[in-house]
Design a protein around this ligand. Sequence first.
Ligand code: 5GP
Ligand code: ZN
Length: 142
Amino acid sequence: MEPADCIFCKIVKGEIPCAKVYEDGQVLAFLDIAPVTPGHVLVIPKAHHADLFALPDSLGAALLAAQKRVGRAVMAAVGASGLNVQQNNAASAGQVVFHAHYHLIPRREGDGLRLWPGTPYADAAGMAAVAAAVREALASLE
Ligand code: 5GP
Ligand code: ZN
């Protein structure tokens, strides 16, 4: 059941306008109203699911196919040489709209956008400990 105030559900239903670029039975894609770079597209499932963890695996193929197809098209349309696919889950990760969505962000050489300010692990033991903790968490999920 969708929340009554979900902006993206309202866009799917046509109650709020959008600059639609693609639609199929399960997926809608439209321009982000505040693009990180020109041509920034949002790919969403038409059904309401709050985030990645709520998405049924059965929607994965349709969402991936739309990301690839629309991604290629938007790169061609704006003359981009690259594309970032970003997907935010929870407020701490920057999620503002709680209807799962993928950001397709066209990139150009020298566009100045720095999305991955990574810092290497201090040492191999620290990195190994994180990997072990993740494997342990995975085992406890099964
Ligand atoms: P999030 O931070 O949740 O991953 O991303 C939400 C995105 O939705 C933001 O980039 C924001 O600009 C976009 N957005 C929010 N409201 C609207 C809207 O009404 N229409 C469109 N096209 N994009 C929206
Ligand atoms: Zn929704």
